[in-house]
Every structure is written in structure tokens, then in C-alpha cells.
Design a protein around this ligand. Structure first.
Ligand code: NDP
Length: 367
């Protein structure tokens, strides 16, 4: 497989461009699929980057092979720990050279939010697939630029929506789509945690692009869409601030927001940086309900319905995510809930509308 990959890279073709026709024309692609592994470089060796690296040790289809970091000591520690060769180590100044490295297929951008767009676009221009953390960008305009840049470069853009591969979440989604709950008319999403250190980037508007809404409230936005299987047509929102010193102008502490959907369904959600243990989804339909708590934390996720508990093995979310993302990129596999740039963009459009609605105090129409 290495030789096929090298041939393609020399020929200037992305793995995306050829893996799909091969899979389609041969029908049975198991031999081709199973020995292909997505070789990933992680950019941003922070708290979440470390979690992803650890989870990737158990991956079957994805392998950590490189790093991009501004901190030399971390690079050295990761080289030791994960056996990363010096030729696969970059910093933020020189990582465009990754285009000449045939041993890296994709870069996972796990930096503060404001860096997602510029760094993802540079990765795409270097011809590598982009996996980018949520929120994909600071707003929908930036998100669209990322989608366009990746399309132009012929590379995948995937957003780190790990819940889209989580077994209990997928079971609830399946039952909702099969009509087990009847017509689903109400979703409640509660997303929050109590944030500590006031000097961290999450409380710096330049780097975070906002506050709790960008970081944790986005889970309720995203969850409402996959739990109801619809796109909202309006939002209303209200902002509450109890600590204006810690949560400065443009950094939201708490936002409550509501969304309306074409079917008549409504969502009622809370995003906050001031309460712990706030991680709950509730879906109610004419025939039944589903409840998840915790619903988006690292798990194990707990889920039950009017018919009883949902049982499924807990697998580290990021392990499943990276194996599934490898299958999307290498085999053209279609996930049940999308994780592509367009999916991330839909959330950014809604987040923009929530901020606008909170600011102007009026309902904001979408679409
Ligand atoms: P951290 O602060 O722990 O790590 C961010 C890393 O980015 C730093 O360690 C640093 O790595 C790098 N970096 C580059 N430029 C800067 C800068 N100007 N300031 C600070 N760090 C910089 O953050 P997290 O790992 O918690 O979050 C990173 C991203 O991951 C965010 O977008 C967040 O929303 C997302 N995330 C997603 C989660 C999920 O479940 N999907 C969970 C947690 C976070 P280096 O020293 O190597 O350059």
C-alpha cells in the first residue's frame, strides 16, 4: 500500500481522489482497506491533543506519526513516547513543508479556536487532509473559507465531533429516525462546566472567539440537530453574566437559547461556564422519550428511553472517532451523522445567530 500511496503522491493525486473509484469499481475492497492506515500529525500538543494521542494507541486504522508544536520540550517528549521520527516534527513557522513529506496523510488541528481557520487552510494548501477541532472557526464566514479551501485543495475537512460515532448516541438517533418516539417535538440540551483559571485562552476573546457557547454550548446546538434530525429555522437567546470581571466583553458566561424547527419541534438549551455536572440531552416525542446524562462528556455515556436503559460498550470516544475518520478518508465511508466541514459550518451559522439574538434581543431567522 505504501507504494500505491507514494505513486499517488508523486502523481500529485490525493488519496481522496483515488480511493473512492477503487472502492466503487471493485466492490469488494477489504484487502485494500484493511492494510491502509491513516497517518496523522497532531497540531497543538495541549490537553486535548494529548487525550487524542493516547486514544490513538488503540486505533486500528489511524496512527500518530507526526507533530506540529510551538514547544520544543513537548515535541521531544512526544517523540520519545510515541516513537515519532524527527523528520515528522514541525513548528508553526515551518509546517507548510509538510507538503514534501509523503509519510503524513492528515493533520489534526487541536489549537485554540482562533487558529483553526488559518492553520487548517495552510494544511489544506500543503495537500494534507484536515481534521479540525470544534468549534471549526470563530464564525460562519471563516468556516465557509475553510470548506472552500479544502475543496479547492482536494482534501477532506472533518470536524472533531466525537459524539457522532458514540454507540449510545447512535442508538438514540436510530430509534428517533425509525419513529420509536413518535413525532419528536421537544429537545432540551444542557451543556456546561465551571471554568477555572481566568488567564486561560478559553476566556480570551481573541483566541476563543467567544465564551461558553463556542466551547461547550456548541454541543447542545449540534445535538439538537442530530437528535431531532432537522435544521432549525429560527433562534432566540438570552445572555446572563454574574462575573463581568472574569467574563469580559465578548466572552459569554451563560446563554440560554431556543430553536424552532420546520416540523414545529422546539429546542430549549443552556450553555454555561459557571455550573458543573451540566451535560444532559432530553428528547420527547408523541410516543416516548430518550434521555442522556452524561450526554457529551468523555463517558461512559448513559442513555435510557421510556422503554428502559440503552446498553452499549464504552469505547474511548477518540479511538472510535479516529478509526472512523480514517475509514471516511481512506475508503469513502459515509458516517451516519456527518462530520464534514459543511456539518461544522451549519453549527457556526447557528452559533452566529445565537450571539446575534442575544445581542439584539429578538428572534433571528435562519436560512
Ligand atoms: P490547550 O490549551 O490544552 O492546548 C492547546 C494547544 O495549542 C497548546 O498546548 C499549544 O500546543 C497550542 N497552541 C498554539 N498556539 C497557541 C496559543 N496562542 N495559545 C495557547 N495554545 C496554543 O487546549 P485544549 O487542548 O483543551 O483545546 C484545544 C482545542 O480542542 C480547542 O479548539 C477545543 O475547543 C478543542 N477541544 C475539543 C474537545 C472535544 O471533546 N472534542 C475537548 C477539549 C478541547 P503547543 O505547545 O504544542 O504548540
Amino acid at each position: 500500500m505504501a507504494s500505491r500511496r507514494e505513486f499517488l503522491q508523486k502523481a500529485g493525486l490525493s488519496t481522496l481522489a483515488i480511493s473512492l473509484p477503487l472502492a466503487n469499481s471493485f466492490g469488494k475492497t477489504n484487502e485494500i482497506k484493511n492494510d491502509q492506515v491513516l497517518r496523522v500529525a497532531i497540531m497543538g500538543l495541549g490537553s486535548y491533543g494529548t487525550r487524542v494521542a493516547e486514544a490513538m494507541k488503540d486505533c486500528k486504522r489511524a496512527k500518530l506519526v507526526g507533530v506540529i508544536s510551538g514547544t520544543r520540550s513537548k515535541v521531544e517528549a512526544w517523540q520519545q513516547k510515541y516513537g515519532i521520527p524527527a523528520k515528522n516534527c514541525y513548528n508553526y513557522e515551518n509546517f507548510d513543508q509538510i507538503k514534501d513529506n509523503p509519510d503524513i496523510d492528515a493533520v489534526y488541528v487541536i489549537t485554540p479556536n482562533s487558529l483553526h481557520k488559518p492553520y487548517s487552510i495552510r494544511v489544506a494548501k500543503a495537500g494534507k487532509h484536515v481534521i479540525c477541532e470544534k468549534p471549526m472557526a470563530l464564525n460562519a464566514v471563516e468556516g465557509k473559507e475553510m470548506v472552500d479551501a479544502c475543496k479547492a485543495a482536494g482534501v477532506h475537512l472533518l470536524i472533531g465531533y466525537r459524539m457522532h460515532f458514540e454507540a449510545k448516541t447512535l442508538e438514540v438517533v436510530k430509534r428517533q429516525r425509525e419513529g420509536a418516539f413518535g413525532k419528536t417535538l421537544f429537545f432540551q440540551g444542557l451543556s456546561g462546566f465551571s471554568i477555572g483559571d481566568p488567564t486561560q485562552w478559553r476566556l480570551n476573546r481573541e483566541l476563543a472567539g467567544g465564551g461558553s457557547m463556542m466551547d461547550i454550548g456548541i454541543y447542545s446546538v449540534n445535538g439538537s440537530r442530530y437528535m431531532l434530525d432537522e435544521e432549525p429555522i429560527w433562534v432566540t437567546a438570552q445572555e446572563v453574566k454574574t462575573d463581568p470581571v472574569k467574563f469580559k466583553e465578548g466572552v459569554d458566561e451563560t446563554i440560554t437559547f431556543q430553536m424552532g424547527f420546520p416540523s414545529g419541534a422546539v429546542a430549549s438549551c443552556l450553555s454555561t461556564y459557571s455550573l458543573n455536572n451540566l451535560d444532559k440531552f432530553f428528547l420527547n416525542g408523541t410516543k416516548g422519550f430518550a434521555e442522556m446524562q452524561p450526554s457529551t462528556g468523555y463517558g461512559p455515556i448513559k442513555a435510557w428511553t421510556n422503554q428502559g436503559p440503552i446498553e452499549a460498550e464504552h469505547i474511548t470516544h477518540q479511538t472510535t472517532q479516529m478509526d472512523e475518520m480514517a475509514a471516511i478518508i481512506l475508503d469513502g465511508k459515509k458516517p451516519i451523522i456527518p462530520v464534514d466541514g459543511e456539518e461544522g459550518l451549519k453549527d457556526m451559522v447557528i452559533v452566529d445567530a445565537i450571539y446575534k439574538a442575544a445581542k439584539i434581543g429578538e428572534k433571528v431567522m435562519l436560512g
